[in-house]
Design a binder for this molecule. Structure first.
Ligand SMILES: [Zn+2]
Length: 317
């Protein structure tokens, strides 16, 4: 097994940025497997979904936006609470920062722990970490659905159920049939499930799939522009999550330790998914959460810097 330390502490290479037009005024900011952002340009302003990790990194998104419009960013939408997607928020000067109620509660409850833990796990994803002014707190939140009109354009924000976190939302453009999925769907990238509801995630994906998007910006990986590629990405994400949970449930039922379940899950999943980016980074956290959920712990326990290290020690035995 190749796992030595947090796999991503040593991952320092910069990635290639793309800014692809998916429909009139709709763009995907993608980064070769790092967190993506989506951009929607309306008559009166711009909506951005997912801020990037730091204000310095958000400037990369803003530079791309400024190549296509000089309108202000009105709405910054947070797909969920993870630091790597929200802490660049201040760069946009948005009128509203929008998230689900559940995401707002999670920021309050565990945002600071998540910030410290994520920076420590994956320093490359927090370029110029000193530019972060503090936690990003949504200014507007909703329970299950919120429709925005951006000039003449409709953007529906939908909480389709628990999955990658308790509070994930997607942004759906019904006219253009474009979906910004956040981390509910990944493409060529390993789903991070350390804060997930693994048994709920497939049903949430089924609701997402029922929208029948024709373009999709996944949480990580290239923007998808065909129905076939979208189906494949949804299917592959769901299959990974299901297998991850089944492996853990099997081990828990047999009374095995976290270390044993991790080793067996890693061996079982590596063949099919080891080529996906951040596989090594995600697996310890994914298996730890799957093990908890299979043991009857409904809500993901808060990750702290200390718990990260404790888990690491347990896996190394
Ligand atoms: Zn996430």
């Amino acid at each position: 097994m190749a796992v030595k330390t947090f796999a991503s502490q040593a991952d320092l290479a910069d990635k290639t940025v793309r800014f692809d037009r998916l429909a009139d005024g709709v763009y995907a900011f993608t980064t070769d497997g790092d967190p993506n952002s989506g951009v929607v340009v309306g008559e009166n302003g711009v909506l951005v979904m997912d801020a990037q990790a730091t204000p310095a990194m958000a400037q990369d998104v803003l530079r791309c936006i400024r190549e296509v419009t000089d309108r202000p960013v009105l709405y910054l939408v947070l797909s969920h609470y993870h630091a790597v997607r929200v802490l660049g928020a201040s760069a946009y000067g948005a009128r509203e920062i929008i998230a689900s109620e559940a995401t707002r509660a999670l920021v309050r409850e565990r945002g600071q722990h998540d910030f410290e833990s994520e920076v420590n796990r994956f320093p490359r994803l927090f370029r110029d970490v000193e530019s972060i002014p503090g936690l990003t707190v949504p200014t507007l939140s909703f329970e299950s659905a919120l429709t925005l009109t951006l000039g003449g354009r409709e953007v529906r924000l939908l909480h389709l159920g628990r999955g990658h976190t308790k509070g994930d939302i997607v942004a759906w453009l019904p006219e253009e049939r474009v979906l910004l999925s956040g981390d509910l769907v990944e493409y060529g990238a390993t789903p991070y499930a350390g804060d997930a509801y693994l048994r709920d995630w497939p049903a949430t994906l089924a609701r997402l799939r029922a929208l029948k998007p024709e373009r999709l910006v996944p949480g990580r990986g290239a923007a998808l522009t065909s129905r076939a590629a979208i189906e494949e990405a949804i299917e592959a994400t769901g299959r990974f999550i299901t297998r991850l949970y089944e492996e853990a449930a099997k081990g828990v039922a047999a009374g095995k330790s976290l270390k044993a379940v991790f080793e067996e899950s890693y061996a079982a999943l590596e063949k099919d998914y080891g080529r996906w980016v951040i596989f090594e980074h995600c697996m310890p956290f994914d298996v730890a959460r799957a093990y908890d959920e299979a043991s009857g712990i409904e809500h993901p326990r808060i990750w702290t810097k200390e718990r990260d290290l404790e888990m690491w020690r347990a896996l190394r035995g």
